[in-house]
Design a protein around this ligand. Structure first.
Ligand code: F6P
Length: 364
């Protein structure tokens, strides 16, 4: 255990509420355990590649527990291009290693989602001391029960569904609500379940258009219930589309001028039923603003746990919630895997039990 360590921190990929709380957790935890020198790296891996960073002081971590976004800035730097020399002729991996050395780091803390973890693991394989912290509203990081940012987004998504209920009822409309989540449908599942949606469509359960229409007609066909709420995950697709490559699906959607899947589903409902239908897409709203109390607690716990790992020089790990307890997993186990919604999970079962349709005859 070293009593002094120089720690670099970066936040990478899509932002989410709780990033600042986690940064604060790492910093405060570290100041509590040893004498850290903390370097804030700007805009995720961009700052590490380009050498854009600054020394931070203890005061920089005050007053950020409740603040949304990230004080460090973030950017998307796709993992698939990390080893590719592009037009700018920059060797990104070599630059990151060079800047790590130049900063005199003992350890690099990477807060991010799946892409961030893949690059974090690459850097660990290249010999750097790296620790990951799992953030994303998608909740799709492997081997952690939950990621910070998810529950705030669930609260916001639920509020959208709740509010849409009343206007849908007034007008007797079908409201299609598109919720972020390109690969995994956790957010749609939770917001749909919490908001009492009639139909939830997830990437993990490709839908049958006939079953979606049947469910909508069943809901709207009653004198006392003239409306239906359909929650569609951003990455949902039909059983027919499941046979295609993603890029072909998106090309067909673009050809038909659907801005996103919600519009495609709404059009399908209108064509089949003639029902008055609208689309609501809260989009990045779900990533904005202050973290919920749950996420503040989780991000703080993850952050202080990371500080402990650093103190113990236990690098090459990512922090996780494992069976309700904060722990860690090797970065190499987590990188490159996605935690999808299992069709047989208890949340899907409960949704089915309360009569929510997943747009299929039988979930399997
Ligand atoms: O990974 C989080 C997420 O919000 C996904 O749900 C969504 O598909 C994606 O990011 C959107 O990315 P961007 O912010 O680059 O538009």
């Amino acid at each position: 255990m070293k009593n002094k360590q120089r720690i670099g921190i970066l936040t990478s990929g899509g932002d989410c509420p709780g990033l600042n709380a986690a940064i604060r957790g790492v910093a405060r935890g570290a100041y509590n355990l040893f004498e850290p020198e903390i370097i804030g790296i700007a805009d995720g891996y961009r700052g590490l590649i380009e050498g854009d960073y600054k020394e931070m002081k203890q005061d920089d971590f005050r007053g950020i527990l409740t603040l949304g976004g990230t004080i460090l800035g973030t950017s998307r730097r796709p993992f698939r291009n990390m080893r590719v020399i592009e037009d700018d002729n920059v060797d990104k991996v070599a630059n990151m290693k060079k800047n790590y050395k130049k900063m005199g780091l003992d350890c690099l803390v990477c807060l991010g989602g799946n892409g961030t973890h893949k690059t974090a693991n690459l850097l660990a394989e290249e010999g750097l001391n790296v620790i990951g912290l799992p953030k994303t509203i998608d909740n799709d990081i492997w081997a952690t029960d939950v990621t910070f940012g998810f529950h705030t987004a669930v609260d916001l998504g639920t509020d959208v569904v709740d509010r849409i209920h009343t206007t849908a009822n007034s007008h007797g409309r079908v409201m299609v609500i598109e919720i972020m989540g390109n690969k995994a449908g956790w957010l749609s599942l939770y917001a749909g379940l919490a908001g009492g949606a009639d139909v939830i469509l997830l990437p993990e359960i490709p839908y049958d258009p006939n079953e979606v229409i049947k469910a909508v007609e069943k809901r709207t066909g009653k004198p006392d219930r003239r409306y239906a709420i359909v929650v569609v995950a951003e990455g949902a697709f039909s059983q027919e589309e499941a046979k295609m490559k993603r890029k072909d699906r998106l090309a067909i959607r673009a050809e038909k001028h659907y801005p996103s899947v919600g519009y495609q589903v709404a059009d399908m409902i209108v064509q089949a039923t003639g029902l008055d239908t609208r689309v609501v897409n809260p989009g990045h709203y779900l990533r904005g603003g202050n973290p919920s109390a749950y996420d503040r607690v989780l991000a703080t716990q993850f952050g202080t746990y990371a500080a402990n790992l650093i103190h113990q020089e236990n690098y090459g790990q990512t922090v996780a919630m494992i069976g309700g307890t904060i722990g860690h997993n090797p970065l190499s186990d987590v990188a490159g895997k996605t935690k999808f919604v299992p069709a047989d999970c208890s949340e899907v079962q409960s949704a089915l039990d309360v009569g929510i349709s997943f747009g299929v005859k039988k979930v399997k």
